[in-house]
Design a protein around this ligand. Structure first.
Ligand code: ADP
Ligand code: GLC
Length: 488
């Protein structure tokens, strides 16, 4: 059989690990770029060169065609240029968009010119292809930040024959962030004469919704788990986009994220003090003692340790923790380690909890990847009581680390964790359904009972460690969809 022709893919996103990361989006764009590159496709990944990116870690190459670029934006000429970079000689190369006037702030997101920053990224992806005379089979765009790309292809760049056959794929990682702005941004972003392509009701209400526009105009929509793909068609999870999504129903697929086991594997993780495996778990207990000591907590043999690593936001179900945890901690013997930052109220709660239960609760406010690995390795139970979770990565990391996930049955959590039944020995975690304090209380007491039953505990830990959510499988699903789209 003849070898299949490699695809030409231009991927544009706001973050990619390890350069810039606030959440799972960064893990996914990095892993997918690496996967597609390793499969022989021609992948051009573009992201902003934020000032927080350390140049020292990169090999940077000047690309003559990508110098001296300019775009009319926000009533002025914005100058930019693009470099090619790689992290190491084996890895894929990617492109970094340089525009110091827009990307030198301390944060990736927020600020008054956020729409301008991401429209520059979106359009620069198109203009990069033009300059390189790279004829993409498809653009793969992610979340609201680059979701206007299909409309720009149909309007501003419609004249360019280079994109005559180009398709667009929009992956929704989180429908909670839609990029909604007043419609006075239309002039500044160059879409004032393209209002036919925008949602008329939104325009009537003086707003424009970037993600909704992408949902309406991309050729293919994907989201990051099959369950979330179903959930967002209804009002509870669709967050106002359910109608737009239902109108494109046949074009929406859910593909569970994969895990990069080169980074997340207890057998060879350089970020944890003691490596271990499913057949030799001695290192796990040592990691538990080490991380408890590091966080200033007591180590008591047989006292279960619950871990959380999370953005502390509405999405993540922190309010259930606030309602349920204090009483549970008073009545049961377990410890809790939390790593994260976010809404001030959530941070205050964990500061309070830490003072209320000294020696048993530890809270590290901030973003710290090595500590995230040590919490994964040292905890017995990993808690994700999410209100909604498009996919979630930590529960899958937890499975590999023998850390039993305690999750709410939603989105990718429902697709990757099965409730353990001691009678059959089947299942990989503790799964609760109702989004309320009773649901989480049931989940935690169930996990505590399970932990006390040594035989069942061994089984659930073992079951989880056998699971394989690697990109090899999930990446193939993307590849198949891309091929079908390009063929059709
Ligand atoms: P989301 O993208 O909604 O935040 P995911 O579970 O998909 O949720 O991905 C979160 C990713 O970010 C994981 O890799 C997790 O380890 C990491 N992460 C989240 N908060 C922190 C933190 N405070 N420090 C280090 N890593 C974090
Ligand atoms: C989002 C979601 C998370 C998902 C991640 C990567 O931020 O909240 O569930 O795993 O994107 O797709």
């Amino acid at each position: 059989m003849p070898a299949r022709k490699p695809l030409r893919i231009c991927l544009a996103a706001s973050e990619m690990t390890p350069l810039a990361k606030t959440g799972g989006l960064a893990d996914v764009t990095a892993a997918l770029t690496a996967y597609l590159d390793a499969r022989g496709h021609d992948v051009r990944m573009l992201m902003p060169f934020y000032s927080s990116i350390e140049e020292g870690a990169l090999e940077i190459e000047v690309v003559p065609e990508l110098q001296d670029m300019a775009m009319e934006l926000d009533g002025r000429t914005v100058h930019y240029w693009i470099v090619r970079a790689r992290l190491d000689t084996d890895g894929p190369s990617f492109y970094l968009l340089q525009c110091p006037e827009l990307y030198s702030g301390p944060d990736l997101y927020g600020g008054e010119d956020e729409h301008i920053r991401f429209v520059l990224l979106t359009r620069a992806a198109i203009e990069m292809c033009q300059r390189l005379q790279f004829r993409p089979d498809l653009f793969h765009i992610h979340d609201w930040h680059t979701a206007l790309l299909p409309v720009y292809l149909k309007t501003t760049y419609a004249w360019d024959e280079l994109f005559r056959k180009t398709r667009t794929v929009l992956t929704i990682h989180n429908i909670g962030y839609q990029g909604v702005f007043g419609n006075d941004v239309l002039g500044p972003i160059g879409l004032e004469y393209s209002t036919d392509f925008l949602d008329q009701e939104d325009l009537y209400h003086d707003r424009v919704n970037f993600l909704k526009t992408g949902v309406t105009h991309a050729d293919l929509l994907t989201t990051v788990s099959p369950t979330y793909a179903r959930e967002i068609l209804g009002p509870e999870y669709g967050m106002g986009l359910e109608q737009a999504l239902r109108a494109r129903h046949g074009r929406l697929v859910g593909i569970l994220n994969g895990v990069d086991y080169d980074e997340w594997n207890p057998e060879n993780d350089p970020l944890i003090p003691f490596t271990y495996s499913a057949t030799d778990l001695a290192g796990k207990e040592k990691n538990k003692r080490a991380v408890l000591e590091e966080m200033g907590l007591e180590y008591v043999f047989d006292r279960p340790l619950f871990g959380m690593v999370s953005r502390l936001t509405y999405q993540k179900g922190i309010e259930l923790v606030e309602q349920a945890l204090p009483d549970l901690m008073r009545n049961h013997d377990f410890s809790l380690l939390v790593l994260g930052s976010g809404e001030p109220g959530c941070e205050q709660f964990f500061n309070w909890l830490q003072k209320e239960f000294p020696g048993r609760v530890g809270f590290y406010r901030g973003f710290n990847n090595p500590l995230a690995h040590r919490i994964e390795a040292g905890s017995d139970v990993f808690m994700m009581p999410s209100r909604y979770e498009p996919c979630g990565l930590n529960q899958m990391y937890s499975l590999k680390y023998g850390t039993v996930p305690l999750v709410r049955a939603t989105g990718g959590l429902a697709d990757s964790v099965q409730h353990f039944d001691p009678k059959t020995g089947y299942g990989t975690g503790v799964v609760f359904h109702d989004f309320d304090a009773n649901g989480l209380t049931w989940g935690i007491t169930t996990a505590l009972k399970l932990y006390a039953n040594k035989h069942a505990w061994k089984q659930v830990v073992y079951n989880g460690m056998q699971k394989d959510y690697s990109w090899a499988e999930q990446g193939r699903l993307y590849e198949e969809r891309f091929r079908k789209l390009v063929r059709d």
